[in-house]
Design a protein around this ligand. Structure first.
Ligand code: PMP
Ligand code: GLU
Length: 400
């Protein structure tokens, strides 16, 4: 009898986590790697948050807490949703887990029966389809290519819905494309969904503050209050507060679902780490004024990436509206051969070529459902960005 369960064959290791780890391992071994694979802020966690965590530990935040979040954190989250997203929610609507990733995992595990369909617009963050599959569900991909500015249309949504559809996943700003849905587009989706009362909406707003050029973030439940009771609004402290290692994500949603997620969590992690929850309280109740500087730095980096890559050596790098990723088409590189005689068959080959021959770590478009492309994270210093982009252009020019 094999040791491992069959359902594990349905998924692959997270490609973004793998790429990040590969880059870190090579750098630790002394290689001169430009790491453009890491999907995490390079800024240090603000000192007032780190200090709050240290203080909390000294004050005894070293024990189990309430299963799906302390009262202090749920209150801070309810206030955040009200203040930043204009959502009127009570603490009974709130769940806290060890990262937004675990929130997504909990929500799908609590709701998906074998064969249930989940609509996932592509390009998508790598973990949605695999968590769906692990739970016996079927991801239904809707392709939103660069020509559509990486956005699903209302008609595409209407065409993808079936009686088996359980969830629609929306992620705006999007990882990996940076695409942002406007209020009007979110209204359009709601118009379609009103005829399909069995469908719930999972909206992943984790990049909400990473938004450029005066654009604004809108969240589905605010724009469509009549559908709030079938919307799970997901967020976390990882990206806004540079707290990826604290592992705190949260959501607001219908009480029935929130309670189910609590039950599941009571049989898995028991609760998110006490000290991390205390740090998240300090983050959410504290100032966000520091973020203007970060946003500005990200914007300058974005502009530099686009200036260095777009239209150069056959690359197509549309300007992302949000998040800290650029999704670059490498269509013109496919079918070419490296100096060493290796054929570049697809974007996975191209990404491995960039890493092996030019020491630039990126992630292949195949992982995000739109190929041939690669994802660059610009959550890194301008020096690394300059060096990486020059290496990428050099790599493209070296192909025959
Ligand atoms: N959603 C998206 C779109 C992401 O890019 C990430 C980054 N890992 C997450 C969710 C999960 O974030 P975390 O688990 O660190 O809260
Ligand atoms: N979300 C980040 C990324 O896409 C971190 C890694 C992960 O959790 O996938 O790179």
């Amino acid at each position: 009898m094999p040791l491992l369960a069959k359902r594990l064959d349905l998924i692959q290791p997270s490609p973004s986590v793998s790429a990040m780890n590969r880059a870190k391992t090579l750098a630790a071994a002394g290689e001169d790697i430009c790491n453009m694979a890491a999907g995490e802020p390079d800024f240090p966690t603000p000192p007032h948050i780190v200090e709050a965590a240290a203080r909390a530990m000294r004050d005894g935040a070293t024990r189990y807490t309430a299963t799906d979040g302390t009262a202090a954190l749920k209150n801070a989250i309810a206030a955040k949703f009200e203040r930043e997203n204009h959502l009127a929610v009570t603490t009974a609507n709130i769940s806290v887990a060890s990262g937004a990733k675990q929130i997504i995992y909990n929500a799908f595990t609590c709701t998906i029966n074998a064969g249930d369909e989940v609509i996932v617009p592509a390009p998508y963050w790598v973990s949605y389809p695999d968590i769906v599959k692990l739970n016996g569900g079927v991801p239904v991909f809707v392709t939103a290519p660069a020509e559509q500015r990486f956005k699903m249309t209302q008609q595409q949504l209407a065409d993808a819905l079936t009686p088996r559809t359980k969830w629609l996943v929306l992620n705006s700003p999007n990882n990996p494309s940076g695409a942002i849905y406007s209020e009007g587009e979110l209204r359009g989706f709601a118009q379609v969904l009103r005829d399909h009362p069995q469908v719930h909406v999972m909206t992943d707003d984790i990049y909400e503050h990473l938004i450029y050029d005066g654009l604004v973030h809108s969240t589905f439940a605010h724009v469509n209050p009549d559908l709030a009771d079938r919307t799970l609004t997901i967020n976390g402290v990882s990206k806004t507060y540079a707290m990826t290692g604290f592992r705190i994500g949260y959501a607001s949603g219908p009480v029935e679902l929130i309670k189910a997620m609590e039950k599941l969590q009571s049989q898995s992690t028991s609760n998110p780490a006490a000290v991390s929850q205390a740090a998240a309280v300090a983050a959410l109740n504290g100032p966000l004024s520091f973020f203007a500087e970060w946003r500005n730095a990200y914007k300058m980096r974005r502009d530099r990436v686009v200036a260095l890559l777009h239209g150069k050596a056959g690359l197509d790098c549309p300007t992302p509206d949000g998040a800290f990723y650029a999704y670059v088409s490498c269509a013109t590189q496919i079918g070419k051969t490296t100096l060493g005689g290796k054929l570049i068959k697809d974007d996975s080959d191209f990404v491995m070529y960039l890493l092996d021959d030019f020491k630039v770590a990126t992630v292949q478009g195949a992982a995000y459902g739109i190929s041939p492309a690669f994802r660059i994270s610009f959550a890194t210093s301008m020096d690394v960005i300059e060096k990486a982009c020059h290496r990428i252009i050099h790599a493209c020019k070296a192909l025959r």
